[in-house]
Design a protein around this ligand. Structure first.
Ligand code: TPP
Length: 370
């Protein structure tokens, strides 16, 4: 798919400010058109995403499979209106498609899925996106050895998930300086105030305790956001966690910082007033910076499966029926001692000889080395 952009990224932070308003307006427009969605959760993080998109993200929207692209994972996947508004600003989708949000048959579902080429992973189940981002950062740093950066947006109620802290612990332990978690601390969750509200120092101390580099900012001050992202890319040797104090529903005074507006689309009359207060509909386009070039250090290698699953580890019931193998695909137990099978592209070989499979890992799969 070809993507066109109308205006280059600018160094002017005012552009990012305007873009933030556009992201809010578009989050409202698409959710009101759908009659559902999470506009207020999108509005709190709009400035954080606007600065990131226009000034830091290195991403080729025409080549989403480029291994050098940065990764931006919406761990708070319910802020999908913001994610899709960002796609529009990047020129990846049209305004018309944006307004198909949550409509039957649209790829713009209530939560982002990899059905969309610019989405790495399905999110929406809170507490999953950050751990996955840690894995992606680890792969970039230690396996593929690529210069990409992983950015991940989390909600503050989401921080009640234990998996978030396990992930930060591992990120700190492995010194994943290519990872930046952006915590959207808007004080409110689905129902009422979160455990720590706006007590940012508690988050700072927690983040530090897990071996990460905390930066506390006002998440609506584009200058502070800009500085924080710059610091996150400097060599701290640690993952960065930006603790951004934000306001849920920011930009529309009737609902700003008010409980009871989580996961509710604005009715059309309110949407009209909100869009007016936010300065109207805009169609700013951002040309994001292209990624640095590089080739993954890990190459696909041939490995030989030498043994079937040992009897002690064999499943007691038959595996579920698999699709009939085509000429070039078959199911192989991998690792060989596990109960799981993987679908491998491999030519059929006589059963008496060892099978050759392709894998992304250079690890041997022979039982002796596992
Ligand atoms: C594991 C899990 N539990 C519950 C939910 C339902 N849920 C969706 S959004 C939300 C609140 C999220 O609040 P927060 O992380 O503070 O983000 P905000 O919307 O305030 O920006 C909840 C509980 C979910 N999506 N996943």
């Amino acid at each position: 798919m070809s993507v066109t952009t109308e205006a280059p990224a600018t160094t002017d932070l005012d552009f990012a400010r305007q873009l933030g308003q556009q992201l809010r307006v578009d989050s409202i427009r698409c959710s009101t058109a759908a009659g559902s969605g999470h506009p207020t959760s999108s509005m709190s993080a709009a400035d954080l995403i606007a600065v990131l998109l226009s000034r830091y993200l290195q991403y080729d929207w025409n080549k989403p499979k480029d291994p050098n692209n940065d990764h931006l994972i919406f761990s708070k996947g319910h802020a999908s209106p913001l994610c899709y508004a960002m796609f529009k600003a990047a020129g990846a989708i049209t305004d018309t498609e944006l307004l198909t949000f949550r409509k039957f048959g649209s790829r713009l579902q209530g939560h982002p899925t990899p059905e969309i080429p610019w989405v790495d992973v399905a999110t929406g189940s809170l507490g999953q996106g950050l751990p996955i981002s840690v894995g992606v950062a680890m792969a970039g740093k230690n396996l593929d050895k690529l210069p990409y950066h992983v950015w991940v947006l989390c909600g503050d109620s989401e921080l009640a998930e234990g998996s978030i802290w396990e992930a930060l612990d591992k990120a700190g332990f492995y010194g994943l300086s290519n990872l930046t978690a952006i915590l959207d601390i808007n004080r409110l969750g689905q129902r009422g105030e979160t455990e720590y509200g706006w007590t940012l120092d508690t988050y700072r101390r927690r983040v530090e305790a897990f071996g990460c580099f905390p930066i506390v900012i006002d998440g609506h001050d584009v200058t502070a956001i800009d500085r924080a992202y710059g610091n996150a890319l400097s060599a701290t040797g640690k993952p960065t966690v930006i603790i951004a104090k934000t306001i849920k529903g920011k930009g529309f005074s009737e609902i700003e910082n008010k409980d009871g507006w989580h996961g509710r689309a604005l009715p059309p009359d309110m949407a009209e007033r909100a869009i007016k207060e936010l300065g109207g509909i805009r169609h700013l386009k951002v040309k994001t910076a292209k990624p640095e070039s590089g080739a993954p250090a890990i190459k696909h290698v041939d490995v030989t499966v030498t043994s079937p699953c040992p009897p002690s580890r064999r499943r007691t019931r038959s595996p579920p029926a698999r699709p009939t193998a085509t000429r070039s695909w078959r199911w192989v137990r991998f690792p060989t001692w596990s109960p799981w099978t993987v679908r491998c592209r491999t030519p059929r070989t006589p059963t008496s000889s060892p099978r050759r499979i392709r894998t992304g890992s250079s690890r041997s799969t022979s039982p002796s080395s596992s």
